[in-house]
Design a protein around this ligand. Structure first.
Ligand code: CDP
Length: 226
């Protein structure tokens, strides 16, 4: 970081597979900021509910589970690691089942309220890039920079398949899953995914990861000097 520049809060929201986390991680590295993947928190809760046979629509039961969960997000050179009961569960969290369960428990206000509190504590001092669905709208509505990162559903399915090493024959199913999750995230009553008027939209469909990072980095650097 250059002398005198402010340490900002950068919020990056958008649908599944749009390239948010790649972008957020690279941006945090370039700025010397901490990267926080808020989705990992919803994934931890989803995974734990699934493992214990808890109904993901039962707000009271999932809230009780969450209150007893011992999990932590740790900044790491490759982005962020997640510990659950002291065990590194980062890789398990990336499975499609964890994503599916995450979006179910994420519809519960009891869960959102608790996780938003933790996210605010992690980011309030600034020098943070946080990605998710409601970072610029609910968690940090006053964030210094807000981006809405998106891409076509077909492109997002291709990226997700690459990420999990799935064959091309799985693409239609992956795309259907992504679209179902988009619908659930955008149509829920509490903190739905949306591009707010004060967010800059970055469509990464035709962009390389480096091009997307360059675009966002230029904007944030400008803002840090202001
Ligand atoms: O990486 P990907 O975009 O597929 O998902 P994620 O960011 O790990 O989020 C998984 C799920 O958690 C999403 O589908 C949302 O339902 C939920 N989520 C949320 O509701 N609010 C956030 N700030 C982050 C994630």
């Amino acid at each position: 970081m250059t002398g005198g520049a402010r340490r900002l809060i950068v919020a990056i929201d958008g649908p599944a597979g749009a390239g948010k986390s790649t972008l957020a991680r690279a941006l945090a590295r370039a700025l010397g900021y901490t990267y926080v993947d808020s989705g990992a928190m919803y994934r931890v809760v989803g995974l734990a509910a699934r493992a214990r046979g808890i109904d993901p629509a039962d707000g009271a039961a999932v809230a009780e589970l969450l209150d007893g969960l011992d999990f932590a997000l740790r900044p790491a050179p490759e982005g962020q690691r997640v510990l659950l009961d002291g065990r590194d569960v980062t890789d398990e969290l990336r499975t499609p089942a964890a994503g599916e369960w995450a979006s179910r428990v994420a519809a519960l206000p009891e869960v959102r309220q608790r996780l938003v509190e933790r996210q605010r504590r992690l980011g309030e001092a600034g020098g943070v890039v946080m990605d998710g669905r409601d970072i610029g709208t609910v968690v940090f509505p006053g964030a210094d920079c807000k981006f809405y990162v998106t891409a076509s559903a077909a492109e997002r399915a291709r990226r997700r398949a690459r990420e999990i090493g799935a064959p091309a024959s799985d693409l239609p199913e992956i795309q259907r899953d992504i679209e179902a999750r988009d619908r659930r995230d955008s149509e829920r009553v509490h903190a739905p995914l949306r591009a707010a008027a004060d967010m800059e939209t970055i469509d990464t469909t035709g962009l390389t990861a480096d091009e997307a990072v360059g675009r966002v980095l230029a904007r944030v650097t400008e803002r840090a000097k202001a």
